[in-house]
Write a protein that binds this ligand. Structure first.
Ligand code: MF3
Ligand code: CO
Ligand code: CO
Length: 253
């Protein structure tokens, strides 16, 4: 399976889906506060997406039970929204929304902070966001995917943080996860070359401590840091254009 070069029609569809995914994060941001459960947020996300005639892609994906991934503190990714997980002051969390609109996928995630968070948490979030921005700056026709992971790892490590290597960005649009795998730590000039019409995510997961993730044996999904230190992540869906990149999941917020 090769990397798909999307047609004009596919790009239009993926642009619409990406817009809804991003707008869903804008919407949910007003409901993220101490005292609410992550299941409550997931229910709102489900309603917001389905009321617009779209489908939350995670729901039922390889058996995933909810409409979004909500990953708190030491959870790296794939946190399952739960009635029992109540947000409290000092928490940091990632909400990851993937939509299906007319069969096309858009995938994006952001960090949120509850009340006052530690200086380290704030720094980690800031650096994870910068890692995504730096990665996006490497998106350009004929350049290699490996440059993305090169600049991300360099930046994270310069701040004393580590980069998760067990999960990657990915081609997206016609399927949830397509080729290529977009590594967040990789040698410069390695990997395939980018071409106009390719659509993929960059979604670096940056850890305060060790890079390793361990997956919860009882639910098969929740990926946590092995040392229980904090993790932060941001994700965008990106289109390679003739002149560089279009961030399909960007909003004005
Ligand atoms: N949205 C995640 C990603 O960025 C994938 C979640 S898979 C799920 O690739 F099943 F957990 F939803
Ligand atoms: Co993704
Ligand atoms: Co995602």
């Amino acid at each position: 399976m090769a990397i798909i070069i999307k047609s004009k029609k596919q790009i239009e569809g993926i642009r619409e889906s990406s817009k809804l995914a991003a707008e869903t994060l804008d919407y949910i941001s007003e409901h993220v506060e101490a005292g609410v459960s992550t299941e409550y947020l997931d229910d709102l996300i489900y309603k917001h997406i389905t009321e617009r005639g779209a489908i939350p892609a995670p729901l039922g994906y390889h058996g995933f039970p909810k409409s979004s991934c909500i990953s708190l503190n030491n959870v790296i990714c794939h946190g399952i929204p739960s009635q029992e997980t109540i947000l409290k002051d000092g928490d940091i969390l990632n909400i990851d929304v993937t939509t299906i609109v007319d069969g096309y996928f858009g995938d994006t995630s952001r960090m949120f902070s509850i009340g006052e968070v530690s200086a380290e948490a704030e720094k980690l979030i800031q650096v994870a966001k910068e890692c995504l921005t730096l990665g996006i700056e490497q998106v350009y026709p004929k350049k290699r995917f490996g440059n993305i992971g090169f600049v991300i790892a360099k930046h994270a490590q310069a701040h004393g943080f580590s980069v998760v290597h067990q999960f990657c960005g990915h081609g997206v649009g016609v399927e949830f996860h397509e080729e290529p795998q977009v590594h967040h730590i990789s040698p410069k000039k390695s990997g395939a070359r980018m071409k106009p019409g390719m659509i993929f995510t960059i979604e670096p997961m940056i850890n305060a401590g060790m890079a390793e993730a361990s997956i919860d044996e009882s639910d098969g999904w929740t990926a946590r840091t092995v040392d229980n230190q904090l993790s932060a992540q941001f994700e965008h869906t990106l289109l390679v254009t003739n002149s560089g990149v279009e961030i399909l999941t960007q909003t004005s917020l």
